[in-house]
Design a protein around this ligand. Structure first.
Ligand SMILES: [Zn+2]
Length: 260
């Protein structure tokens, strides 16, 4: 039986899921698999609340749990020095946290996964995820497709970091975060943005000021509001468009094996 707070089948749980509706996880990867498969794997997941700055996976330690975010934002960071971490990619409700588990290992090499903006997620142990993928081959295909999306995102981010100026990189970061969060309001401080981008806080503040002068964003205490997404896209490089189109193709209905 699912534990309290875990996935509820239609009719058995919160009123947000109607008696005739297909079970919905609120995570776009899980919701992209067929309704019958979602019902079949639902009991393997537990819903949890995750607070900002909570470390989901420490670098170099076995992975105890895998997470499928419903809300909030997770960053995956690599070590750039003894105590310096730089963001490698972002995860929201379009993705999952724990790719090594999809590939059959609990080992987590030098990457750290941190909840940057608090929210909720579906939690599942790695061996239970293997069971879910056996129950639903569509889920396995969808997760392998997601790994391809992450590879593209990291490659494009590397290209962006090497060739584009900070204003474009910052705009790209905000747009990717916007896609992951599905909200115009991003609860991050200048200090944290600087750390995620691997640059100084004054340079981030200066760039945010430029974006604000163009009417693309508004900065408020501890948060950034995207007030004109099209304008922000115009101020960014083309990297975000490449990342977004690949991610959107991976979330299209179907079995996840279609062309990207
Ligand atoms: Zn770029």
């Amino acid at each position: 039986m699912p534990s309290p707070g875990s996935f509820r089948a239609p009719g058995a749980g919160p009123a947000s899921i109607g008696p005739s509706a297909s079970p919905s996880f609120g995570n776009r990867l899980l919701d992209a698999i067929p309704p019958g498969d979602r019902t079949g794997i639902a009991g393997l997941f537990t819903r949890v609340e995750l607070r900002a700055r909570q470390i989901l996976h420490h670098a170099g330690t076995p992975m105890a749990d895998v997470y499928f975010p419903i809300s909030g934002l997770v960053s995956v960071s690599g070590r750039a020095g003894p105590s310096r971490w730089v963001e490698v990619w972002l995860i929201g409700s379009e993705g999952m946290v724990g790719i090594p588990a999809v590939l059959g290992t609990k080992e987590a090499p030098g990457l750290r996964r941190v909840m940057q903006i608090g929210g909720a997620a579906w939690r599942i142990a790695p061996d239970m995820l293997s069971r879910a993928m056996d129950i639903s081959p569509a889920l396995r295909r969808r997760l392998l497709r997601y790994i391809d999306v992450v590879l593209l995102q990291t490659a494009q981010s590397s290209i962006c970091n090497a060739t584009h100026e900070l204003r474009e990189r910052l705009s790209r970061w905000l747009l990717v975060a916007h896609d992951a969060l599905c909200t115009d309001e991003i609860a991050l401080t200048h200090q944290l943005l600087a750390r995620l981008l691997g640059v100084t806080r004054p340079s981030v503040t200066q760039c945010l000021h430029v974006l604000e002068e163009h009417g693309a964003i508004e900065t408020r205490r501890g948060r950034i509001v995207i007030s004109d997404k099209q304008r922000l896209e115009a101020l960014s490089c083309h990297c975000h468009r490449i990342i977004r189109s690949h991610a959107q193709a991976a979330l299209q209905p179907g079995d996840g094996t279609g062309p990207s």
